[in-house]
Design a protein around this ligand. Sequence first.
Ligand SMILES: [Zn+2]
Length: 83
Amino acid sequence: MAGTCPFCGHGHRVAKRVEYLYRFGERLMIVTDVPCLECEFCGEQYFAATVLKRIEADFHAIQNMGKKPMNTIQVPVEAYSNL
Ligand SMILES: [Zn+2]
């Protein structure tokens, strides 16, 4: 996965651990310390297919199979329709 960024063509991506926000309709899941490659130029992040599949599987397990998440937080919502 190292090497050129397919998004902008810049030649250097670095390994990082980041926070991943998974969204399915109105349901959200935050996963911390997710390994990825990030382009040093445009900031685009690339995740391995196995990592994304695991996030989807964990989301499904938590939503539908009663798996207990590590933590649960409340998320405030605002709308700026009148700006
Ligand atoms: Zn890039």
